[in-house]
Design a protein. Structure first.
Length: 436
């Protein structure tokens, strides 16, 4: 019995590169791998059987009925949580994203680090050591030196355009959401702890960081590049800094080439500080008025923490800032398993699961219709041109919709298209098949 792999993508700038890499690994084991938007992947539930679905993370009152129950009758559920490493001191994010029922439905659960493993083992009475593994996460494995070639062209383009620059990664979506505050309460109110407090906190962070940006732009002979969270309204920053010729706000690329190209990264409490650490770049956490009930711990612990604008200026003027402490190294290993080879662990455990399984499922082969899919793509383009697109959706999934970008990226991952390696084919808009 042949199983297909289903890999959903929600935020393409963050997920696409590592999921294409993982898809290649599975294709080399003769799996057919479908990678696409969540909507397209969920539609595949009725198009193909049996399959192995990679869950991005549990969402209360949605995952159980819309995903897990359907997957259980058609194949295997693998949990590879997209936000399972960065958390608060009380682990309340982990606690919410890994409820008891997830352990009942999942065939395999991959965790980012030993700290997460130990917390869940202690707090879940149905924790099964035979199906829970510390793997790290593939997005961090691709930050190791041997994979830096994946970002070289983008780094060169960025450096040619901005020369010496300071990178500001913003994560204040609750203060500056692209769809406004009402949307936040409708979509996050039921699953974000103390949402009103988080909105107020993000407003404070937003104001603090914008004040710093104006100081940096005035005091330093650097360009300042702001990369907002994909859910933030970019026009807000463009308006605030329209009089500053050396301040630029962009969504382009994923965060990695920007971090590699910058002189230093500044954030308040952003996950990209972890990525900067693994890339050997200094992350400065400018976090006055910090509230540890509302800020995740790891991005702060892995950064150089300062509390004043003058201290930020002093740090930037220093050379060779990157000098990891023992605490930072401990955080990197215990929460993110930096030394592990995530992709190999994940593929190995899934292959073992399939080989040892005696479960039987109905078989249904995917039927590809070029004419139908071409027609549907044309209708979608027409709808977008007439009605206008969803700006949030474009920010989050845009790269996946760019066929040339996806194919070029896969060719780069795929050893420049060597004939012995897997091939990629666009099935329809925002859906691709990788097979050997």
């Amino acid at each position: 019995m042949k199983y297909s792999i289903l890999l959903p993508v929600e935020t393409s700038s963050r997920e696409l590169i590592y999921k294409l890499f993982l898809a290649k690994k599975f294709a080399l084991h003769n799996f057919d791998v479908f990678i696409g938007s969540k909507k397209n992947i969920w539609e595949m539930f009725d198009e193909i059987q049996p399959f192995i679905y990679f869950d991005k993370g549990y969402h209360e009152n949605i995952s159980e009925n819309s995903i897990y129950k359907k997957v259980k009758d058609r194949g295997f559920l693998i949990n590879l949580d997209e936000e399972g490493g960065v958390d608060f001191s009380d682990f309340h994010t982990l606690n919410r994203r890994f409820p008891k029922l997830l352990f009942d439905y999942s065939n395999i659960i991959f965790l980012w680090g030993k700290q997460q493993y130990n917390f869940l083992k202690k707090n879940r009475n149905n924790f099964d050591e035979n199906k829970v593994f510390v793997s790290g996460h593939p997005r961090f494995e691709l930050l190791k030196d041997k994979y830096c070639y994946l970002y070289q062209n983008e780094v060169k383009t960025i450096k040619n355009k901005f020369r010496k620059f300071i990178l500001i990664n913003s994560n204040t979506k609750y203060a500056n959401h692209i769809n406004g505050e009402e949307f936040l309460y409708l979509n996050y109110g039921h699953r974000v702890k103390s949402l009103k407090s988080r909105i107020d906190y993000d407003i404070m962070k937003f104001n603090v960081m914008n004040s710093l940006i104006k100081t940096l732009a005035s005091e330093l002979d650097y360009n300042i590049v702001i990369r907002p969270h994909p859910e933030e309204k970019i026009q807000t920053y463009m308006g605030l800094f329209s009089d500053y010729k050396n301040v630029h706000t962009l969504y382009e690329y994923n965060a990695i080439p920007w971090i590699l190209a910058c002189e230093a990264l500044i954030h308040y409490d952003c996950t990209t500080a972890v990525e900067a650490f693994f890339l050997g770049k200094t992350a400065i956490a400018y976090a006055p008025n910090i509230n540890m009930d509302l800020s995740p711990v790891q991005p702060l612990d892995i950064s150089v923490k300062v509390g004043s604008e003058s201290d930020v200026l002093k740090l930037i003027k220093q050379n060779d800032l990157f000098n990891p402490t023992s605490i930072q190294k401990q955080v990197a290993e215990e929460f993110f398993s930096w030394e592990l080879h995530s992709n190999d662990i994940i593929v190995e455990e899934v292959v073992k699961m399939v080989k040892s399984s005696n479960q039987q499922f109905k078989e249904k082969e995917y039927r590809y219709s070029f004419l139908l899919n071409t027609l549907m793509d044309a209708l979608r383009v027409l709808k977008q041109s007439v009605l206008g697109g969803n700006e949030l959706g474009k920010n989050k999934i845009g790269l996946l919709a760019d066929k040339k970008y996806v194919l070029d990226l896969f060719e780069k991952i795929n050893d420049n298209g060597n004939e012995s390696y897997p091939k990629i084919k666009k099935i329809k808009n925002e859906l691709y098949l990788i097979s050997n």
